[in-house]
Design a protein around this ligand. Sequence first.
Ligand SMILES: [Zn+2]
Length: 474
Amino acid sequence: MTGIILLFPLLLFAASRQSYYQKWQSLFQAKNYPEMVRIYQQAIREYPQEAWFYVFLSLGYQGTNQWDLSASMAQKALQLAPQDKNIINNVYSLLVQYAGYLGFQKQEWNKAVTWYKIASQAKPDDFLAYHMLGNAYRVLQKYDLSFEAFGKAYLLNKNHVRQKGFRENLLAAVREGLKAPDLKTRQNFSELAFLVFPENKEIILDAMIPLLQSGNQQKIQSRMKRVPNLKPLLATAVRVLKNHCEQDEFLFYKGDYLDYSFIGKVFYECIRNLPYKQQMNHPVINKVVYYHTLAAKEYTKGMTPIKVQSPLKGRICCYQGAGGKSFHYGLQAQFAYDLGLCQKNSFGTPIYAALSGVVDSIENNQPDRPPGSPVDLKARANFVVLRHNIGGKTYYSVYFHVRRGSVRMRVGQSVRQGDKIAEIGNSGVTAGPHLHFFLQDANRYSIPFEIMNLSTADGTPASIWQEGKEYIAR
Ligand SMILES: [Zn+2]
């Protein structure tokens, strides 16, 4: 008798396994994630060996932004049913999303790498986790590992790179990977570029450079055959690299902005491996700047400069202006300005948003280099990139070398023109604390702009900064 009475409450509260299976879909579709969490916590207490309940709870945790719990529930499901294909598919997708959250939302790319790897172990024959791993390594500027992961994703599924999002990821990685410090990695990305982007002239020209340097005549000839219209340009580049850039074989060359950009890059190869100071003093740097400037001028011909507010306020100086030889040239950097205080150390000076927009990307964890350290071409900078919409077009404003920990915003957050966004620091390739500021268009190319409320130190109105001059910005 007593036995029956004691059992009764249990029967009242315990739902059947079956009913738990029936509930999740409607809750999930109604996006009632808190209820999913509550119900499947209960379900797991009653049926701790039921792998699916961990998957449902994981979905609930994801919906309520409890990402760490979501990932551990997904892993638990996998432990319980390591052979179940449906469980594996769901866990895989949950883990890839968790890794994405760590990277894209929290900018914790090292952790994202770990979780993309865990996901890829769950489903080693799928391209997605490898592709995303490649992207995470790209953000971390580990280009050799990035190539490995992207290469694996490509071999597992050659068609995935036809989809827009994946294609854009890979394009960014190839573009950066072709500038990687070691030649082997540049050559690897060169191979990938010819496979995936044979119609992209900019990429193919960039991809030719490491190939030309390899000296592999057979390969060079066969690649040149695939881009017959570029042959004269490439043949000249071969001669320049062979003559160690002493002659200017390109002197009367007429081309488009990509051709000029390529020529600038070919000349830079002549000094690439020299230390920074020797690069700046080498006669070839003038050719590098000349052709890159030609490219940028050609590209921005006829553009109306955008009007922005000065990112620094008060009495400021321009240390290096547009077209400066310390990397203020070319499609990606022509209209860049190094700004700071005139007499005092600029470290800690507030930086303000030049335009209203949304936080596009940030880096906030690179160390500030000690005062007086020599320029290190491998040092990485903290930065803020804001995204703007002007007349239906996308633009970016870019703020480099900011102080570690001074960025108190999150990606996706809205920012108003004039809001404080960071402070001047000394992270990255710098000779001292300053702000490296420029604007980009949707192609991520540097474009001309004008400053509102700017005057020179004697009160004459000015529209842009010039190297070595003093300004008052309001
Ligand atoms: Zn600069």
